[in-house]
Design a binder for this molecule. Structure first.
Ligand code: HEC
Length: 105
């Protein structure tokens, strides 16, 4: 009985992370949020005010697609010398997409 509950729990977890239409399903938005708060927000906030999130939502923002988003994250990663791995970029992409951009492919 206990085994069965663990098994069903695992399926439940797997299905919440792999939402249909999520281009960054492999990323973990919770981890991404912490990474962005630590490395990215203060600079965006100092140029755009508030919590910095208007950089993603301003009119004419640059990122127009899921591909563009991961490319922009990669640029920042490289420029800042953060040396994030690809799976870490995916966490950040997942967070920014779920929170702001909402691309579905
Ligand atoms: C030193 C300052 C600075 C830091 C640190 C920084 N950014 Fe940026 N970021 C900018 C500026 C300035 C722009 C706007 C560029 C433009 O409009 O041409 C930008 C734009 C962006 C955009 C595009 C927004 C849009 O749709 O127009 C994304 C996404 C982004 N940054 C992600 C990140 C991530 C992820 C990090 C952390 C790894 C990060 N940035 C760290 C300065 C910074």
């Amino acid at each position: 009985m206990l085994i069965r509950m663990i098994f069903l729990g695992a399926i439940g977890l797997a299905s919440t992370s792999a939402t249909a239409g999520d281009p960054f399903a492999a990323g973990d938005a919770k981890i991404g949020k912490q990474m962005v708060e630590k490395h990215c927000v203060s600079c965006h906030a100092s140029s755009y005010g508030g919590d910095g999130s208007s950089i993603y939502t301003r009119e004419d923002h640059r990122v127009k697609s899921a591909k563009g988003l991961i490319a922009q994250i990669r640029n920042c990663n490289t420029n800042l010398g953060l040396k994030w791995f690809e799976d870490e970029e995916l966490h950040v992409a997942s967070y920014l997409n779920k929170t702001y951009y909402k691309f579905d492919k």
